[in-house]
Design a protein around this ligand. Structure first.
Ligand SMILES: Cc1ncc(C[n+]2csc(CCOP(=O)(O)OP(=O)(O)O)c2C)c(N)n1
Length: 367
């Protein structure tokens, strides 16, 4: 199977997107970046529970690829895919409440960050953290589309690090053999935690891995939102025609650490600044929009203002939300919760703790 390279889109060529759609892409990228910036502020105020994962510099990958899907298609995001989830219908309010582990967040405080899904309406799946594991899950999801003859497509994201796992190999091989309507997007952001791409894989191009599965591998500039959209759109169309799996490698760069706590001491000096200066996906897109697409800067500024207003409003509501009720902790954890009250949670009564949480053999607190 041929490996093709689309790389950057041609600004003079019609991308098959209307003016409104081009502005939509800008809105989603700006929303992703500004929402993450708000989350950083909340994290520093200790209002975020757990880690904060950024997609700074990768917004075009997430937004451009997800924009190629229909509502009924299923998207499987990872931690760098806040933008994809927003495009698929997740709201800033849900994301803020989820990061703050509020009682009325999508997982009611049981899961954190962007680990949540909606498989009933908007069709994005809650993610499994284990690298590569969503590929076999999505192979199964898309096999079900094929068996039911539904014209739906699945898109699963993996990082460069995940492509080294057994789960990735087994999942993509199975999906390829079954000709599942699946698009596997590899976001090659050059780092898996602190492991650089040169220490991750001996192949020069991750798209080359496709040949081993007998499927096409394509590569595009992941910091060009239109290129990311176009390459994914073609793979989605191919899947919908019943022609099976495509591996799409999007080239990008992770400008922040694995999570907010990571100081990136392992990155070569100057590299991050160079990408910020020369290859920022939002800066590049603004240049394109105000250049060859003839869109006025004021129109983009109006979108920026709207985005900030939406985030401000959502932040106020999320901050006012209450934390989860301790007594509610089993709801939704088991499919069929026992009728008898759970005795082991803390009720603020030491005797209850001693009685229910500590096996007798451990002794008591006061010896
Ligand atoms: C099987 C497994 N090993 C280790 C981890 C811990 N871990 C979480 S994300 C990550 C790095 C991911 O790198 P990559 O797949 O390139 O995605 P990126 O974070 O760069 O988007 C690691 C090592 C894990 N979740 N699962």
């Amino acid at each position: 199977m041929a490996v093709t390279s689309a790389l950057a889109s041609d600004p003079a060529a019609r991308p098959g997107l209307s003016r409104d759609q081009l502005l939509d892409l800008y809105y989603w990228m700006r929303l992703t970046r500004s929402l993450e910036e708000r989350l950083v502020n909340l994290y520093r105020q200790t209002k975020v529970v757990g880690g904060l994962f950024r997609s700074l510099g990768q917004e075009a990958c997430a937004v451009g690829s997800a924009y190629a899907l229909r509502r009924e298609d299923v998207l499987s995001p990872l931690i760098r895919n806040l933008g994809s989830m927003l495009v698929k219908g997740a709201t800033p309010l849900e994301v803020l409440k989820q990061y703050m582990a509020k009682g009325d967040s999508p997982t009611r405080g049981r899961e954190l960050n962007i680990h949540f899904g909606d498989v009933v309406d908007r069709n994005f799946v809650g993610q499994i953290s284990h690298l590569g594991d969503m590929v076999p899950v999505m192979a199964g999801v898309t096999l079900s589309f094929k068996l039911r003859q539904e014209p739906r497509v699945g898109l699963v994201y993996v990082g460069d690090g995940a492509t080294s796992t057994g789960a990735f190999h087994e999942g993509i091989n199975f999906a390829a053999v079954q000709r599942c309507p699946l698009v596997v997007v590899v976001e090659n952001n050059r780092y898996a935690y602190s492991t650089p791409i040169a220490k991750q894989c001996a192949a020069e191009r991750l798209a080359d891995k496709a040949a081993g599965y007998g499927i096409p591998g394509v590569r595009a500039d992941g910091n060009d939102v239109v290129a990311a959209y176009q390459v994914t759109r073609d793979a989605v169309a191919r899947a919908r025609r019943g022609e099976g799996v495509t591996l799409v490698e999007l080239l990008t760069y992770r400008r922040k650490g694995h999570a907010e706590h990571d100081n990136q001491s392992y990155v070569v000096a100057g590299e991050i600044d160079r990408w910020a200066r020369e290859n920022d996906p939002l800066d590049r897109y603004v240049q394109r929009l105000t250049g060859s697409d003839g869109i006025a800067t004021a129109e983009l500024q109006a979108i920026d203002t709207r985005v900030l207003a939406e985030i401000d409003e959502a932040t106020d509501i999320a901050e006012r939300s209450a934390p989860p009720e301790p007594r509610d902790c089993l709801t939704g954890v088991y499919a069929d919760p026992p009728a008898a009250p759970a005795l082991w949670y803390r009720e603020g009564v030491q005797s209850a703790v001693d009685r229910h949480e500590r096996p007798a053999s451990w002794g008591t607190h006061d010896g």
